[in-house]
Design a protein around this ligand. Structure first.
Ligand code: C2E
Ligand code: MG
Ligand code: MG
Length: 689
């Protein structure tokens, strides 16, 4: 019985120790009567001893205490003994023999006899080092969060906001209470697309954190750039328990960065792109042009005698002038052209997607005019002229460097040509371009003043053995450039739209002349009038023809309109109906320059046309050239089988005539029978011999 009790007691003691050990809680008891102290095994351990490794009691306890904490403990102990208090509850530091410092939570309670004399004191000593450290850490974290300049947001794994710090409110304008329980989507900006957030979450999943620049939105709606780190917090099992996001507002940083980038690429005086940016754009333009087979122009512009302005009016005036020039230049080009100041009074311009070198000449001409207008600077009317050099990709160079250098060279040519002018790097282009510009402006005047005249070239029917018609060919006796063939001004007229007016003048003149011939009893079948593409593209062309016929009194059947093969085939869709309407008026239609374009035979068959005019290119080398002979023969056969008449143009010699006649050609036009001449010199021949 006794032994069972003892055994139970021992067992109980062992279990008790296990409990004390796991809670790191030791217990002790002091009997005032016997003055003996008992410690539990864990009590020894808490104080750094082996269980039973010392005499339990105040002395051993005192020795284990951190010297600095001894007075505190002693004061409380004495108060207890003196009856001033009945319990004790304090945290003390204990030094273990290995030198490590532990924090213990010391609690005690006194039992007294009725007179107040101490009977027993019982207490516990708990090692709370870990908990205290944890608490300390938390306290520090909280301090850190509160005092941080960076916004901090803690969410649960599903993104629900658990806490934010004061800096967060400071930066975003949201109060803590407004966001807790919410979702960070609240301050998402519209700056990033779905892909951006997707890759952010992917990185978070894979690496446990994401860091980068992200645009957020303040409560007042303003978006701002922030530098943000988002980290996943994991528990011991590796599950995500929280996300912590830390960010700072980097608006001013971004602003400075942008400002720096802007400064690096722009001229501070005028705000125009500088040489660096210009080269960049030019290089890109060249890459594109190479890929698409396009053309690019570089215009190098230098103000004439700018130094004079600086010297006489001072630098501030010079600066103001440069700014004014920059502004005019920027406003003169197309939106996509780049204007750049590359130093002093030198500007450079990039034109992309050039259709024609003429486009560059046009711009240069415009710039010269625009800059020549007076600039009002500090109350003075300042006149500056400039010189422009132009280089073209690909003909004048393949790289940015070469193009700029050649434009520069061309600019010097322009200066030495007397300033206020432009010059292409390649000289013959300059000549052509200036001439074309002159033709353009003069043509306008020529049309107003009716300087153009119409010449007529006879058309012959070999079978009938007489003249049957005449082609009207326009002529211009230019006051400076002299007698100009239509090839020199018709393309300009087409580009500028002047062809509409020109075409109508020729049409009217030819119709009038035809009527006069008819009235004079001449057996004229048709007068041929050339019609240019832009005329046909106008929806009112049919009514123009109807009106001119009515006004001149020429019966429609005497008018033959010539349209080039190239135009008809390239604009099949627009011309088809138009040609039908013209035919419905009663005029006849011819396809001019036949053989130089690419006719679709199927389309040709459906067209409402009467004649083909075989281009003189195929006649020139007849009868010797076998290939031309073969083509001519084929066209004769083709017109026959399509039921079309055929006129052969450019017949100059008797051999050609005989050869063509032999081949079965019936209608002929060419110098052999007559050159184009003014109506007054035109002699109708009723027979051919
Ligand atoms: P096109 O309509 O093919 O006119 C025939 C051209 O060949 C004329 O040149 C004529 O002078 C030339 N020619 C005729 N016979 C001979 C020959 O035996 N030998 C040589 N070497 N040439 C000959 P032109 O007058 O210089 O006209 C050139 C082109 O200008 C015309 O070609 C026509 O496309 C256009 N053109 C002329 N007048 C007008 C017009 O009033 N309006 C429009 N839109 N175009 C016109
Ligand atoms: Mg013609
Ligand atoms: Mg022709």
């Amino acid at each position: 019985m006794f032994s069972i009790y003892l055994l139970r007691t021992i067992q109980y003691g062992a279990q008790m120790d296990l409990a004390q050990r796991s809670s790191r809680l030791g217990s002790w008891h002091f009997n005032a009567l016997t003055r003996r102290t008992v410690w539990s095994a864990q009590e020894y351990r808490c104080l750094g001893f082996e269980p039973g490794g010392c005499v339990p009691g105040l002395e051993a306890f005192f020795a284990a205490l951190h010297p600095e904490d001894r007075p505190l403990f002693e004061a409380q102990r004495q108060a207890l003994m003196a009856g001033e208090r009945n319990d004790m509850d304090l945290f003390l530091r204990v030094i273990h023999p290995d030198g490590s410092e532990h924090i213990v939570h010391e609690r005690a309670m006194v039992t007294r006899d009725p007179r107040g004399k101490v009977l027993n004191i019982s207490g516990t000593t708990q090692d709370v080092t870990e908990r205290k450290q944890q608490e300390e850490k938390l306290r520090l974290s909280a301090r850190l969060m509160d005092s941080s300049q960076e916004a901090m947001v803690i969410t649960d794994p599903r993104g629900k906001i658990l806490d934010v710090n004061p800096a967060f409110s400071e930066i975003t304008g949201y109060r803590r209470e407004e966001v807790i329980g919410g979702n960070p989507r609240l301050w998402k900006s519209q700056h990033h697309d779905a892909d951006f957030y997707q890759s952010l979450w992917a990185a978070l999943g894979a690496d446990g954190y994401w860091r980068g620049e992200i645009w957020n939105r303040r409560k007042d709606g303003d978006a701002f750039p922030s530098w943000q780190t988002i980290s996943a917090v994991h528990d011991d099992q590796g599950h995500t328990t929280h996300y912590v996001s830390v960010f700072s507002d980097i608006s001013s940083l971004v602003q400075t960065r942008e400002q720096l980038a802007y400064q690096a690429y722009h001229d501070p005086l005028t705000g125009l792109p500088n040489r660096l940016l210009f080269n960049d754009r030019l290089t890109h333009a060249l890459t594109r042009a190479e890929r698409d087979g396009g053309q690019v122009a570089v215009l190098f512009l230098d103000l004439d005698r700018f130094k004079h302005v600086n010297d006489s009016l001072g630098h501030p005036a010079g600066d103001a002038l440069l700014r004014a020039v920059a502004q005019r230049l920027s406003q003169s080009g197309r939106k996509e052209d780049t204007v750049s100041r590359i130093g002093g009074d030198e500007f450079i311009m990039l034109m992309e997607e050039l259709r024609d070198p003429q486009d560059a000449a046009h711009l240069a001409d415009k710039l010269l005019r625009v800059l020549a207008e007076p600039h009002v600077i500090q109350g003075h009317d300042l006149y500056v002229s400039s010189s422009i050099g132009i280089s073209l990709y690909p003909r004048d160079g393949g790289s940015a460097e070469v193009l700029v250098r050649n434009a520069d060279t061309a600019m010097y040519q322009a200066k030495s040509a007397g300033r206020k002018t432009y010059s292409f790097y390649t000289q013959d282009l300059t000549v052509k371009a200036t001439e074309r510009l002159q033709i353009e402006s003069d043509l306008r005047r020529a049309l107003e003043q009716r300087e153009l005249t119409v010449y007529y070239q006879p058309q012959v029917d070999l079978e009938k053995g007489r003249f049957i018609g005449a082609e009207a060919l326009v002529r211009w006796n230019h006051p400076v450039l002299g007698f100009l063939p239509p090839d020199r001004f018709i393309p300009v007229a087409e580009d500028t739209g002047l062809i509409i007016e020109l075409g109508e003048q020729v049409l009217r003149e030819a119709c009038l002349q035809a009527r006069r011939w008819l009235e004079a009893g001449i057996e004229l079948e048709t007068v041929g009038v050339n019609v240019a593409g832009p005329q046909l593209q106008r929806s009112d062309f049919v009514s123009t023809v109807r009106r001119v016929l009515a006004e001149t009194g020429l019966p429609a059947k005497h008018l033959d309109l010539e349209v080039t093969e190239t135009f008809i085939m390239e604009h099949a869709d627009v011309t088809f109906d138009q040609l039908h309407e013209l035919r419905a008026l009663g005029v006849t239609l011819s396809i001019d320059d036949f053989g130089t374009g690419y006719s679709s035979l199927a389309y040709l068959k459906r067209l409402p046309i009467d004649r083909l005019k075989l281009d003189r290119a195929f006649i020139k080398d007849l009868p010797d050239d076998e290939e031309d002979a073969a083509i001519t023969r084929a066209v004769v056969a083709l017109s026959g089988s399509l039921g079309l008449r055929l006129v052969v143009e450019g017949v100059e010699t008797a051999e050609q005539m005989a050869f063509l006649k032999n081949m079965g050609c019936r209608e002929i036009q060419g110098y052999y029978f007559g050159r184009p001449v003014p109506a007054a010199d035109f002699i109708w021949r009723a027979g051919l011999d």
